[in-house]
Design a protein around this ligand. Structure first.
Ligand code: CO
Length: 210
């Protein structure tokens, strides 16, 4: 087999062999079930693979990825992943991880049209609009982009917290939502320290009497 995808299958066999060599029961144990502690909401960007950049293995992180790591309250995909992770897997931490140089964020900052995705990126334009004063005060273009990447992560952390799924969970147990940004050029994650873990952390209008 000499084509561009065959190396993926070869890579898979090497992966399987390496794991089995280290622990012959590795896959048997994984097949029994999963109980990850973390839900990862990240960007689809090929350079931001959740397990690889956090040094974790199969079974450790439940993952949801989309363009520009958005938590949109009408997205049934996101809501289903969130509910399953919180109510069935019992994750303790939800991590929204954006990244600098995010194509989605940069596109949203411009007035160019990219087709259907314009409607998805509208969510970032809303973040921009909400923080326009702060953003326009930044003269350096890269700095302004980086700041929007960070603000977008913070807004998505809040969006996760605004769901009934998270607020219901808070009645019963601790659940922490974190905002991180990954630097593609450094390989390092920065914790934005915008942790949300109780109803009081979100604006009053979004709090539900549950
Ligand atoms: Co991105």
């Amino acid at each position: 087999m000499e084509n561009s995808y065959s190396r993926l299958l070869e890579g898979n066999r090497r992966f399987s062999d390496t794991r089995k060599l280290a622990d012959p029961e590795y896959f048997k144990k994984l097949s029994l079930g999963q109980s990850p502690e973390y839900l990862w909401i990240g960007c689809s960007d090929s350079r931001v693979p959740a397990n690889e950049i956090t040094g974790t293995k199969s079974g450790e992180i439940f993952v949801h990825r989309n363009i520009a790591n958005l938590a949109v309250h009408t997205d049934v995909n996101l809501l289903s992943v969130l509910e399953y992770a919180v109510n069935y897997l019992g994750v303790k931490h939800i991590i929204v991880c954006g990244h600098y140089g995010c194509g989605g964020v940069m596109a949203a900052m411009s007035n160019k049209s990219y087709g259907l995705v314009d409607n998805w990126l509208r969510n970032i334009k809303d973040v921009y609009n909400k923080h326009e004063k702060e953003l326009l005060a930044i003269t350096d273009k890269d700095k302004r982009e980086n700041t929007l990447v960070e603000l977008n992560v913070i807004e998505q952390v809040r969006n996760v917290a605004k769901t009934t799924i998270v607020q219901n969970a808070w009645k019963k147990r601790p659940l922490h939502i974190h905002g991180w940004v990954y630097g593609i050029n450094s390989g390092l994650i920065t914790d934005l320290c915008c942790i949300v873990d109780e109803k009081e952390d979100i604006d009053t209008i979004y709090r539900f009497e549950l």
